[in-house]
Structure formats: C-alpha cells, structure tokens
Design a protein around this ligand. Structure first.
Ligand code: TYM
Length: 328
C-alpha cells in the first residue's frame, strides 16, 4: 500500500484554503493509502508563537482533522514534536542543503522581505519539511500549490542523500488538487487565502459561525461585470469564488457557469454562502463534540506511537549511512 504524509501548521485559524487545498484530499486518500497526518508544531515556531496559543492551536488543528472526516482508525494523526526523529533528521538535512537553494524558496522570501530580523528557523524550514516526508519514505504528499517548491527541494535532498550515501529515501510525489490548489483572498485575488493575514475578512475560517461566513462572502470583492464565468486571468475574483463553490457544492465549474447564466453575481454569492455554510456546519458540530470529549489527546498519543517505529527505523538507517557510530 502506498504511503501518504502531510502536515498543517498550528499557527492561526485554519481556513477554507487549507481545507480545499489539503484536508479534503487527506480524507479521500485515507480510503486507499496508508496515511500519516500531523500537526507541524515545530514548523509553527519558525515565527514567534505565544506558548498558550500554540498549545491550544495544536489541539484545535488535530480536532479539525478528525472533525473534517479523518478517521483515526484509518490514518495516524499526531503532533510533529511528539516524534523527536523529525527534529533529528531535520538537522541532518540542514547539513545537506545549500544556502542558495534555501534562499530561492518563495515562502522564505515572502515571509522575510522587509523584516529587520529574520529567524534562522524560517530559513531552514524546508529542510525540516523534507525530514517530515522522508522519515516515512512517503510516496505521496497532498498539499496546495504553495508547497510545490518545498516538495521539489525535498526530492532534490532525497536524491542528494541517496547518491552520496547509498539508496535509502523514496522520491516523493506531490498530490495537488486540479481546482482549488490555490484559493485566493476574498479581498484581493492576487494573494492566497491565508490564516496569517491580519484582515479576517480576507479568509473564511473553518470555525467561522454561519452569519460571519455569509457576511464575508457577500462582501467578497468581484469585478464590475455580471457574468459568472471561470477565467482566472481576466476574472480572478469570480473564478476564485467558483472554485470554492465547486468544492463545497460538489459541482463542476461548467455546471456552476450554466446555473448562473444571465443572473449576475447576487444570486451566485448567496448560494455560494449557503453551500459553504452547509459544508462547514457538520464539521463545526463534530469539532465541538471532539473538543469537549478530550479524546484528541488519546488520538495524538496513539498516532505518535503508530508512526514512531517507522520513523526511528529510517532515522537509524540514515545515521548509519552517514557514518554515525550507532550505540550498541
Ligand atoms: P500550511 O500550514 O501553510 O498549510 C497547510 C496546507 O494547506 C495548503 N494551503 C492552501 N491550499 C489552497 N489554497 C490556499 N489558499 C492554501 N493555503 C494553504 C498548503 O499548501 C498546505 O498543503 N509547510 C507546510 C506544512 C508542512 C508539510 C510538511 C506539508 C510541514 N511539513 C510535510 C506536507 C508535508 C505548510 O506550511 O502548510
């Protein structure tokens, strides 16, 4: 059975972008693959986090995984910091990566440009991500479009290791949705929808109450035309809303286009809001149940136990191949 691994940072409210770009595929892939899904708390601290908020968010993201439909009987859900092999292999890969290739990462450029002081963790972020994936010899990595470049670096680092020290790592493939790989901001379709955007009107959080969702979508920016047509180059705002609609209502872009022909944006936006609310309401109900039951701690403990055996074995092989004297 092929192995899948992915992760999400507990660094703010998860958005509809995380859901459509990544979590929906996690839920799908658990039916056909051996799946490992983690909350990447070690990555979250590459920008300052308030300790109490980090703890709360870590629990919240894990609960959202389950609420969205990840079944702990089918997939292992765990916290990255619970499996110390991630940090250790991360260091080994940091020593294999070049400054130049890390400097080229667009996520690093986006997060560091214009800042007076940039944390070293932000710079080596992709080497830890490579370790996350290679530690399990994952075949497939479901992510949104913005992680493609990190995946390419992961592949390069795996190849570099294999060439230098002998074959060990599987070269992973990205698994990116055809529609919705890059959900854009509601107020500016040139930026991706992001949980770290200071303006909450720019994103739909998975835990936004229905009325907030309706309000945000009714105010979402559109062009001055009235045709509901999918054309990301010329109508980026409407095309983005159509992608969201397609995922939430389980319709194709063509079906949406046909449904709203000649009707303008009003009816379209209203129905879009209802489609998003209906998609998120059951998730939110389940989320509340999971949080109040406290079951997430057992799920994370079990998940870390499941994956540790694989992780420790591969870490040991990597250390052996690199020439570390292993304790006997
Ligand atoms: P993160 O936490 O920023 O985002 C989690 C996932 O959501 C996707 N995503 C989006 N997809 C579509 N439209 C958007 N607007 C949008 N915003 C976010 C991301 O592409 C991602 O798949 N580096 C990763 C976390 C990570 C990881 C890993 C992922 C750490 N280790 C190992 C895969 C495998 C990140 O920052 O994702």
């Amino acid at each position: 059975m092929k192995r899948v691994l992915s992760g999400i940072q507990p660094s703010g409210q998860l958005t509809l972008g995380n859901y459509i770009g990544a979590i929906q595929n996690f839920v799908k892939l658990q039916e056909t693959h051996e799946c490992f899904f983690m909350v990447v708390d070690l990555h979250a601290i590459t920008v300052p986090q308030e300790p109490a908020a980090l703890r709360e968010q870590t629990e919240s993201v894990a609960a959202l995984f389950i609420a969205a439909g990840i079944d702990p009987a089918k997939a292992s859900v765990f916290a990255q910091s619970h499996v110390s092999a991630h940090a250790e292999l991360g260091w080994l890969f940091t020593t294999l990566a070049y400054m130049g290739e890390l400097e080229r990462m667009t996520q690093f450029k986006d997060k560091s440009t214009g800042k007076d002081s940039v944390g070293a963790g932000l710079f080596v972020y992709p080497t830890l991500m490579a370790a996350d994936i290679l530690l399990y010899n994952a075949d497939l990595v479901p992510v949104g479009d913005d992680q493609k470049q990190h995946l390419e670096l992961t592949r390069d680092l795996a190849q570099r290791f294999n060439q230098r020290f002998g074959d060990l790592f599987t070269i992973p493939e990205p698994y990116i949705p055809k529609v919705g790989a890059r959900i854009m901001s509601l107020d500016d379709a040139s930026k991706k929808m992001s949980k770290s955007n200071p303006n909450p009107a720019s994103y739909i959080a998975l835990l936004d109450p229905p009325d907030v969702i309706r309000k945000k979508l009714s105010r979402a920016t559109t062009d001055s035309g009235r045709d509901v047509i999918y054309n990301p180059a010329e109508k980026p705002e409407v095309s983005n809303l159509m992608s969201i609609y397609a995922h939430c209502a389980d319709m194709t872009l063509e079906e949406i286009q046909a449904k709203y022909e000649g009707q303008g944006y009003g009816a379209f936006k209203k129905d879009l809001a209802e489609a998003v609310v209906s998609k998120l309401e059951p998730l939110q109900k389940r989320y509340a149940e999971i949080r109040s039951s406290g079951e997430i701690h057992d799920i994370l403990k079990q998940g870390a136990e499941n994956v540790s055996t694989v992780a420790n074995q591969i870490l040991r092989s990597a250390k052996e191949k690199m020439g570390f004297l292993l304790p006997r």
